[in-house]
Design a protein around this ligand. Structure first.
Ligand SMILES: *[C@@H]1O[C@H](CO)[C@@H](O)[C@H](O)[C@H]1NC(C)=O
Ligand SMILES: *[C@@H]1O[C@H](CO)[C@@H](O)[C@H](O)[C@H]1NC(C)=O
Ligand SMILES: *[C@@H]1O[C@H](CO)[C@@H](O)[C@H](O)[C@H]1NC(C)=O
Ligand SMILES: [Mg+2]
Length: 337
């Protein structure tokens, strides 16, 4: 029987070093192989619409009314569609809507005493289990906003990306913006985005950015782990994502009708990272993208579970990159209106 000393002697030899290098490479290879295989076989296709999801609810004269929304419906009376994805947001969404509607009523009504509303708000309730829908309807009813505030309830939770995509497919506005229900952005900043929106038929994508805030108190005050993940995520984005953009994840992005129609009909990713696919598609379509600094304040009670969602986001990022690189997902060709 070999003695213990002999064994340890062997382990330190150059052969065993070689063995461990090979072994760890194999393990690493296997790990990525399994990852790759899992994601090749597990579908990432856009989820099919469930029967009845295109029905929305609004209030008229204090009563609930229902209507079926059409896809890709044009309505040139509607200048701006505001899409608010909401999951369990009953605490925060009413304040956000107050601020939003206040701005819309001032800036998006036609002239005259009783100017027509040229705006609509689509709240996409992502299978909330609290009273989000009722809160929104109560608010809308109190201001008599009628079918200018519509709530659509998804029958099965899709994630923020899925909710926004769903809203964009049913938007009618010449322009559409999505804004987070937590009210972290100031809605009136939309005018700053509009200043940079190209005025021609194709328009483009103008996104809010918090990149100017990285060293400000709001961010520094966040927990170490949040900031650590944020910085790691930025590194990863520089490798896999959309390089030239400082803040891809801001929940305040404005699109022309041409842009949102062409982008959101091609979407696959439904989770938190969907913004990356949106911007990737915009690039493929050769739409101009402008990034504009906006006001932002941190709002507590984020719906993201840090670790789980970070891993999920990293994987989705890889899926987007690989799929478009290998041509599994078709790259849309630029077209002009
Ligand atoms: C590409 O997308 C398909 C679904 O369309 C998905 O199943 C697969 O995991 C993705 N491929 C890669 C390499 O991520
Ligand atoms: C949403 O609300 C329901 C009950 O109101 C709760 O059970 C669920 O955990 C909430 N989800 C999140 C992510 O907060
Ligand atoms: C519209 O304007 C943008 C920005 O100036 C430009 O990049 C784009 O090519 C224009 N589109 C058309 C159809 O002229
Ligand atoms: Mg947010």
């Amino acid at each position: 029987m070999p003695s213990f000393e002999n064994l340890s002697f062997h382990i330190e030899g150059p052969t065993s070093m070689f063995v461990s290098i090979v072994l760890s490479s194999c393990l690493l290879g296997l790990f990525f192989g399994v990852l790759f295989y899992t994601y090749l076989t597990r579908s990432h296709c856009p989820r099919k619409q469930i029967e009845g999801e295109n029905r929305c609810v609004y209030t008229a004269n204090g009563r609930k009314k229902y209507m079926t929304l059409k896809k890709n419906c044009d309505d040139d009376e509607i200048r701006l569609t505001v899409i608010v994805p909401a999951y369990n947001e009953s605490d925060r969404i009413v304040d956000m809507l107050k601020e939003t509607v206040d701005h819309l009523e001032k800036h998006y009504r036609s002239l005259g005493d009783r100017g027509e509303r040229q705006w609509e708000v689509l709240v996409i309730d992502d299978e909330s289990t609290d009273s989000t829908v009722d809160s929104v309807l109560r608010f809308s009813s109190s201001l008599d906003l009628g079918d200018h505030v519509r709530v659509c309830s998804l029958k099965k939770n899709r994630g923020k990306g899925g909710a926004v995509t769903w809203g964009m497919l049913h938007a009618r506005g010449q322009y559409a913006i999505f804004a987070d229900a937590d009210g972290a952005s100031r809605f009136s900043d939309i005018e700053r985005l509009f200043e940079h929106m190209p005025k021609n038929a194709t328009g483009g994508v103008v996104i809010g950015s918090r990149a100017h805030m990285v060293n400000t108190e709001a961010v520094v005050k966040r927990s170490f782990i949040r900031n650590f993940l944020m910085h790691s995520f930025h590194k990863l984005l520089q490798i896999l994502g959309v390089r030239e953009i400082g803040d891809t994840q801001c929940g305040f992005k404005l699109f022309s009708r041409f842009a949102y129609r062409n982008i959101y009909s091609k979407m696959h990713v439904e989770g938190w990272i969907f913004d990356i696919e949106v911007l990737t598609l915009a690039r493929f379509l050769q739409l101009p993208i402008y990034e504009i600094p906006i006001t932002w304040h941190e709002v507590g009670g984020s719906k993201m579970t840090l670790l789980k969602d970070s891993i999920r986001m990293a994987i989705d990022l890889l899926v987007i990159r690989l799929n478009y690189s290998f041509g599994i997902w078709e790259r849309p060709k630029p077209k002009y209106a």
